[in-house]
Every structure is written in structure tokens, then in C-alpha cells.
Design a protein around this ligand. Structure first.
Ligand code: TK8
Length: 334
């Protein structure tokens, strides 16, 4: 009897304290689409984000993640957010330059030197400024996650100097800065959505693509490529975007939980990417690919040759945006 009383009191207490704590949370199904696969570190980030949301919302905010482009590619999913028919997407910033030209700043070749530098810029004032531009376009960026430093893979020959790009059919994202960067190196650059890359490589419709090692691994591009060159020619971020139309209907507590837990997920995702980089490279090597690292001299030549791209795209990105990031990077590097 005493036990029963104790148990009833405990339940009553739990209920009375649980109700007010989660009253500001409604049952929400949050669909988040991804172009990459579930075993990409974004999967770890989403899990960490969900654990955080469970705690904050008493299990009311639930993420349903879709992988491998199941809900469409980056651009298509982002447009679904803008029209308020899908909650979230993890997308590269690069295919969104048609909507927000200023995002092109992240596509400038050899802009960031280290991940830490990128984190400082993205998680700081500059990142906030870009977030304002995204909001004006109907997109709430909950946090900058990591895509990472990009490297070239191809099926034709080892690439150890820029002359080796000559005539190579390289898939680039739907982004004119990447297009120009590769055309300027002599490649035959072809813009294509991410979801089409594997079969285009497999059928030799294209010879090459460029992505971080972790993506070359988890999207299985190594199965249809022979050579890799560690070019590190760009660091592109992932954006964890939320539909502003839907976000605006959420309670302030729900909005705050989403923002805070997106940062928890970000930290986990970045951590796992850094750990997996080497494992992925080992896996690619074990699969028989030849891996070349550009000599410092060659990297400097490619970088120098690529600088025309900055001038060419400065006006369309916004001169003040380009100047702001260059000033911020200079301050960080001091
Ligand atoms: C996945 C893409 C991918 C990107 C690309 O949806 O398209 O090459 O690097 O990560 O956003």
C-alpha cells in the first residue's frame, strides 16, 4: 500500500511538472531532406540534434530524415521550403546562388585555408549577415554544418598540375563560380545536380567530379573513378535550412529548441567529418584508386591562375560581401 502511494505520488509529481515544462511544444513532424546518404556524418549530426530535441521538447519535435536525394536535389528541396511545403533541408550553399547571389562568396577558389578558419567566419558575424539574406528569401538557416574541403576524382589520368585538367569533363555544382574555376583551368566543366553524378560517372558521360573525401566514400563515387587529387580547391559549407513560412508558425520555444539543437548537431557532424576524413581516404585507397597530393608549388600555380575568378564574380556576389570576408580572414590570420 505504501509502495503504491509512493508510486502514485511520483507519477502525479512527474505529470504536474511535465505538463508546464512542455506546454509550449506541439507535436511536429520535421522532414529534413539530404542529397548525401545516411552514413555521411550528417546522419550523426541529425541523431545528436534529435536527442537534444527530445530532451527539450519532451519528444514532441520529431525529425524524419530523407537520404540520397529521395525528396529531390538541393535546389528542388530548397524551393519546397520557400513555398512552405517542406520543413528542412541540408544543402550545399553553392546551388542556391541563383536565389541568393551573395552565397557565391563561399565558392571562391582557395578562400578558406583551414576548417577552423571556416568555422570562425561561418559561426560569427559574417555567417549572421548571410543568414539575414537567406531569411529575406524565405529560408531560416539554423546552423552552418560542414560539407568540407573538396578534392578532384577522375577516370582518365593522374592530375598533378593544372595542365592535366585540359579537356577533362568535370561535373560541377549548378554554380557559375565553380564552372568558371574549372573552365579557366582548361577543363570542360558541366553543371549537374548531385543526384545524377554517380550514373554520369558510371556511364562515362563525365570523367570527373569534385567533393570531399567523405562524400566520395559515402556516395560511392570511388567505385566508378580511378584517380584522386587532393586539390583542396574550395571549402563549401552545408546549410541546415528551415522553411521560414513554417518556422513562423512555431512557438518561440520550438524555434529556440530548433536553433539550439541544430548547433549541437553541427558540432557532432563537424567532429565526425574530421574523424572520418582519413578513414574515407584509406577506404578509397584500398579500393585501388591512385591518390595524388598536389605539390605546394603546383597548388600555388593553380591558386594564382584561379584568382581571375574573384574579380570576375565580385560584382555579382556583391563587392561589399567579398571585401568583408577577405577582411575578416585577414584579421583571423593575423
Ligand atoms: C548533396 C550535395 C553535395 C555537394 C555536391 O546534396 O553537389 O557536389 O557537394 O554534398 O550538396
Amino acid at each position: 500500500m505504501r509502495k503504491l502511494l509512493l508510486a502514485t505520488t511520483a507519477i502525479a509529481f512527474a505529470l504536474s511538472s511535465a505538463v508546464p515544462a512542455f506546454a509550449e511544444f506541439n507535436d511536429r513532424n520535421i522532414r529534413i531532406s539530404n542529397g548525401i546518404n545516411a552514413d555521411h556524418p550528417v546522419g550523426n549530426g541529425i541523431k545528436a540534434m534529435q536527442a537534444c530535441l527530445d530532451e527539450k521538447s519532451g519528444g514532441k519535435l520529431k525529425i524524419t530524415a530523407f537520404w540520397g536525394g529521395a525528396l529531390g536535389g538541393d535546389l528542388q528541396a530548397t524551393q519546397a521550403l520557400r513555398s512552405g511545403v517542406q520543413e528542412g533541408v541540408v544543402t550545399s550553399s553553392s546551388p542556391l546562388v541563383g536565389i541568393i547571389p551573395a552565397l557565391g562568396v563561399f565558392d571562391l577558389p582557395f578562400l578558406f585555408g583551414t576548417p577552423q578558419e571556416a568555422y570562425q567566419v561561418l559561426d560569427g558575424k559574417f555567417g549572421d549577415m548571410m543568414n539575414e539574406k537567406l531569411e529575406a528569401a524565405g529560408l531560416v538557416n539554423l546552423a552552418y554544418w560542414e560539407n568540407g574541403f573538396r578534392n578532384l576524382s577522375n577516370s582518365l589520368r593522374p592530375v598533378t598540375k593544372w595542365e592535366d585538367f585540359e579537356g577533362m569533363k568535370v561535373r560541377v555544382m549548378q554554380n557559375n563560380i565553380f564552372l568558371d574555376t574549372f573552365q579557366n583551368l582548361g577543363a570542360n566543366a558541366t553543371p549537374m545536380a548531385f543526384g545524377e553524378v554517380f550514373s554520369a560517372l558510371e556511364t562515362n558521360a563525365i570523367d570527373a567530379q569534385e567533393n570531399p573525401y567523405v562524400t566520395i566514400d559515402t556516395s560511392k563515387f570511388f567505385e566508378v573513378q580511378k584517380y584522386i587529387t587532393e586539390t583542396n580547391h574550395a571549402y563549401t559549407p552545408f546549410l541546415l535550412l528551415f522553411s521560414k513560412a513554417i518556422f513562423d508558425t512555431y512557438t518561440p520555444e520550438e524555434q529556440a529548441a530548433l536553433r539550439e539543437c541544430a548547433v549541437v548537431g553541427r558540432d557532432e557532424e563537424r567532429k565526425v567529418i574530421q574523424e572520418l576524413n582519413k578513414t574515407s581516404l584509406d577506404k578509397i585507397k584500398a579500393a585501388g584508386l591512385e591518390v595524388n597530393v598536389l605539390s605546394e608549388e603546383e597548388q600555388a600555380r593553380i591558386r594564382e591562375k584561379s584568382m581571375v575568378v574573384y574579380e570576375k564574380h565580385k560584382a555579382e556576389i556583391g563587392a561589399e560581401v567579398v571585401d568583408a570576408i577577405i577582411a575578416e580572414l585577414a584579421a583571423i590570420r593575423k
